[in-house]
Design a protein around this ligand. Structure first.
Ligand code: MLT
Length: 217
């Protein structure tokens, strides 16, 4: 049975057998169209699944509630991370795609980090741009070699580099293969981020193709 999908979303099928699907997670005030162009630049052949955050902050969509800037409603973070993980399960059935890699920006990167920590089986990796550790009590989780790219900015006025560093340490402690780049940048994204994300993803794709060939032998 195909379940109803409880998020407004956009889906674009992929064109490459070894290209991992991406789940695109926008920042505060964005929507399901926000990251499509960037996602396509980073992953030209991947299926793109892009939900719209369901929480409204003064009319702006987000993926979880916050009490103030940088102060998260952690109960809501947990609840929404499970809700998003369930949506990914349903979308995988409906669109017949594999376990996606998260491609998240700001609030979208934070919910992706929460899904990694709470429902790790729903993501095969993550690109987290301007992310912080979204939970003060990190659950016990096994991330065994899951690839994660974190891109933070030294002059980011919203997400401090220390937050991204704490996130990187927590994910590493759980076994993830974390690459963390701190760039001379603010909260906004630039060409450098796209290039780093594209190169990182191309490596993952090459690894997947190599593994698939080895399995066929
Ligand atoms: C968040 O609330 O997740 C972060 O502060 C980033 C933001 O969306 O402004």
């Amino acid at each position: 049975m195909i379940r109803d999908l409880p998020f407004i979303h956009h889906f674009e099928p992929g064109t490459g057998a070894d290209a991992p699907p991406l789940v695109l997670l926008h920042g505060t005030g964005g929507d399901e169209h926000d990251l499509l162009a960037l996602g396509r630049m980073v992953a030209p052949h991947s299926a793109l699944l892009s939900p719209r955050g369901k929480v409204l902050e003064r009319g702006m969509p987000r993926f979880f509630r916050r009490l103030a800037e940088g102060v998260f409603d952690e109960e809501d973070v947990r609840r929404r991370a499970h809700e998003l993980a369930d949506f990914i399960t349903g979308a995988r059935e409906r669109y017949e795609i594999g376990v996606p890699i998260a491609f998240g920006y700001s609030n979208g990167a934070n919910i992706a980090a929460a899904v990694l920590l709470l429902r790790p089986e729903q993501l095969s990796g993550a690109i987290l741009m301007r992310a912080t550790l979204p939970l003060s009590r990190v659950p016990k989780v096994e991330l065994a070699g899951k690839p994660v790219l974190i891109l933070s900015g030294t002059a980011d006025p919203i997400i401090a580099v220390e937050g991204a560093t704490r996130l990187a340490s927590s994910l590493r402690a759980a076994g993830a293969a974390v690459e963390h780049h701190t760039l001379p940048a603010g909260h906004e994204l630039s060409e450098t981020h796209v290039t780093l994300a594209r190169q990182w993803l191309a490596k993952r794709e090459a690894e997947a193709a190599h593994e698939a060939t080895a399995l066929r032998r």
